[in-house]
Design a protein around this ligand. Structure first.
Ligand code: ZN
Length: 750
């Protein structure tokens, strides 16, 4: 028997799961690299030696004889390891001395228990001690309950990346194929026979393992249902593992909640408080889990059968005695071949507390029998999470801690933790590295929006000031902008003001125009313009004609981006609209002038529309009245007008072609007609409750169309929209439309 220390010691290495773990560890790339050492421990010396022979284990693997009924032998074994992998169950019967030895000696510990009643005991007895010694004690690191914990954790992470949201509900449906082990059934019988009824009842309560209470779902039901927006609802039945998994996920919630409360009350650093806030699920969190079934009927039938069977087993000990004769003995398990065919898939649907709620869907999958093959991987990678960084994310050893970088804050404190509070992203990365696990997690709204966009036959875009905000163009509502400071729209934006003092008005508009000329389009303009690029449109919205963009902005940025879009002859033949035809500037355009005599319209990006206006740029900030005469203002035919009175060269006074107060937007009839045929309206950079967007959105909704809002803030009334994407539209539009690569290709210099 060896007295050398090892990084990991596997308790129960000669059992069925213990052997799988031993085999997994010895072929682990970080073991073959020599990055960690491990020992195998069991009661029978001869069985240990047989295992060495059978698996041809290298001599570097230490052999430790341990008897879990003898605390001295347990403590001696624990003291020579950094992490204990304990596979010896039922834990209610054998686990406590191992946890006690680890907690006392500051040795980390992982196991495979699903026994809430026992976890409650060790939390009560050893949590405080473990925080004193820094021991990280993590029960349930196998199929109980890693997938459940990971699914709720990933959804919360996706939600927090989307904004400062709290979780309201988190519901996981499981699909599983795999054998039930003799050990699992043995555990159920042990619990039923050994544990006092009142203790069982107490631990069966929601939040029995959590330091903080959250919300709950109604208790046992015959029919469960997962309703993810844009998808067919999925029926489910009662799931044997759900009660245990739920208690564990509730403990993760509770530990994170407590961390936030402590950080806030103890006046921790702003950074620590921020991290705690980001990690927490939110105080009104509610979790539940069920087994996904093919129909409502089979779901109800399965729940009924299951509960009847379970009640009979619990009440009738002769039945248990009989069943024990037929179930596989503890220590046996499925064949290699049947383990290959196993898998699990857990689908989590999380909603936020906001109105309307944000929906997140996370799918976490494992390929192989979850109860055995994947369990061996999950517990091994859990133990390794406390020793080494993942292969795909190497990091130098930490200078301040013996733990690898990247573990959650709670791990550094020790205690009785859960997989996600102890290992977090490190374990998830490790599981992905094995190639046996995969996940997807995203905001559902984005996915269902994209699906709706694919189906839409007549897409229109309606944009407001928010579209150009990132280009530095403010509206007169923005008081920080010196150009509009103390600006009275009634003074400059009326036909009367122009008649009374055209010099004053042109002074204002020239300065405004010069600022617009310097403004650069932002990613939101580019994202919308990709819809005028036939290959992009064919990919993201194949059923619609090229969308018309109706904008309230007078800055011409949307138009200038379209003018810079490279277009081929093929595009033109395919009926791609010219930039001017695909944009309706409903409030006019500051770069267009109208002759007050002959009504001639002209677009110009020239720095000055009349040479005398150049003088204005010198005295930008002075309030002094510019010394200009009406004759020096922009005129029809330009500075060099030679007395002609022909259309477009008549010498008449020009005015900016923007819609002033008291004037009818010239193209409102045309816009109304377009809206009446629209089945999907993208409202960008304006609230859907401000007119005219409110009227148009209501009209599209009334016709059965879809409204999607991309705006910086949320407004009351937005809930009438089908989709609301909150955030700067230069970030949300490229992401939601998935056109980031298109933008990079079409405008490489952007
Ligand atoms: Zn004219």
């Amino acid at each position: 028997m060896s007295t050398t220390s090892s990084d990991i010691v596997v308790f129960g290495a000669t059992g069925f799961t213990g052997r799988l773990i031993t085999r997994y560890l010895v072929s682990h790339p970080q073991f073959t690299q020599g990055s960690f050492s491990f020992a195998i421990a069991a009661r029978s010396q001869s069985k240990l030696h047989a295992l060495v022979q059978e698996l041809k284990l290298p001599s570097s693997i230490n052999i430790v004889q341990v008897d879990v009924t003898d605390f001295k032998s347990v403590e001696a074994a624990v003291q020579r390891a950094r992490v204990v992998i304990n596979t010896i169950g039922p834990y209610w019967r054998w686990g406590t001395p191992v946890v006690k030895a680890c907690a006392r000696n500051g040795v980390h510990y992982v196991d495979l228990t699903g026994e809430s009643v026992w976890i409650k005991d060790i939390v009560n007895e050893f949590d405080y001690l473990a925080t004193k010694t820094g021991a990280i004690i993590v029960p349930s690191c196998g199929y109980d309950s890693v997938p459940s914990d990971v699914s709720a954790y990933l959804s919360n992470k996706t939600l927090k990346a989307h904004g400062d949201y709290d979780v309201a509900t988190s519901i996981s449906g499981q699909i599983v194929r795999g054998g039930i082990s003799g050990g699992t059934l043995n555990t159920i019988f042990t619990i039923l026979e050994d544990v006092p009824q009142d203790k069982l009842r107490e631990s069966a309560r929601d939040y029995s393992l959590s330091p903080v209470r959250g919300e709950v779902f109604p208790a046992f039901r015959l029919l469960y249902e997962q309703v993810i927006p844009g998808e067919t609802s999925v029926p489910g039945s009662f799931f044997l593992m759900a009660p245990g998994n739920t208690k564990l996920v509730q403990r993760t919630f509770g530990l994170l909640e407590l961390q936030t409360i402590t950080a806030t009350q103890s006046g921790s650093s702003a950074e620590a408080t921020k991290i705690a806030r980001r990690e927490r699920y939110g105080s009104s969190f509610a979790y539940e889990e069920f087994l996904i079934m093919s129909s409502r009927f089979s779901a109800i039938a399965f729940s009924t059968m299951f509960m009847t069977g379970f009640l009979l087993l619990a009440r009738l000990s002769p039945l248990r005695w009989l069943l024990k004769k037929f179930v596989p003995a503890p220590g046996s398990g499925p064949s290699e071949e049947s383990m290959e065919k196993g898998f699990f898939e857990i689908i989590n649907h999380t909603t936020s507390t906001s109105t309307p709620p944000v929906h997140v869907k996370t799918v976490f999958k494992g390929d192989r029998d979850p109860g055995y093959a994947l369990t061996a991987i999950m517990i091994s990678e859990s133990a390794l999470s406390l020793l080494l960084p993942p292969i795909s994310k190497p990091a130098p050893p930490s200078k301040t801690s013996s733990l690898p970088e990247g573990l959650p804050t709670l791990a550094k404190k020790g205690g009785i933790l859960t997989p996600m509070t102890a290992f977090g992203d490190v374990l998830i990365t490790r599981l992905l590295d094995t190639g046996r696990f995969s996940y997807e997690s995203h905001i559902v709204d984005q996915v269902s929006f994209r699906a709706a966009l694919t189906r839409a036959k007549n897409v229109l875009i309606l944009s407001g000031a928010g579209l150009s905000a990132a280009s530095g163009i403010a509206t007169y509502r923005n008081a920080d902008d010196s150009l509009w400071n103390n600006f009275d729209p009634k003074k400059y934006a009326t036909p009367e003001a122009f008649k009374k003092d055209p010099v004053d008005l042109w002074t204002f508009y020239h300065r405004r125009r010069s600022a617009y000329l310097l403004a650069k389009p932002n990613a939101a303009h580019y994202a919308l313009a990709t819809l005028a690029h036939p290959p992009t449109l064919a990919r993201i919205a194949p059923s619609t004609a090229q969308p018309i963009h109706v904008t309230q902005n007078v800055d011409a940025l949307a138009l200038r981006v379209l003018e810079s879009l490279p277009s081929s002859q093929e595009d033109k033949d395919a009926g791609t609209l010219s930039p001017a035809d695909s944009i309706i500037e409903m409030h006019g355009d500051i770069f267009v002038t109208r002759c007050t005599s002959c009504q001639h319209l002209q677009r110009s990006y020239a720095p000055q529309l009349a040479s005398a206006l150049a003088d204005l740029e010198k005295g930008q900030d002075s309030d002094a009245k510019p010394q200009l005469t009406v004759d020096q203002l922009p005129k029809c035919g330009g500075d060099g007008w030679a007395g002609s009175n022909r259309y477009g060269r008549c010498g008449g006074l020009l005015r900016p072609e923007v819609v002033w107060f008291g004037e009818m937007p010239p193209r409102s009839g045309e816009i109304a007609r377009k809206m009446s045929g629209c089945d999907m309206l993208l409202v960008v950079g304006t609230s859907s409750i401000v007119r005219p967007a409110a009227d148009y959105a209501a009209q599209v909704k009334k016709n059965g169309g879809t409204v999607a809002i991309f705006n910086l803030g949320r407004s009351n009334g937005d809930e009438d929209a089908d989709f609301v994407f909150i955030g700067p539209c230069e970030e949300t539009l490229p992401e939601v439309l998935q056109v980031k690569e298109d933008i990079a290709q079409l405008w490489p210099d952007m």
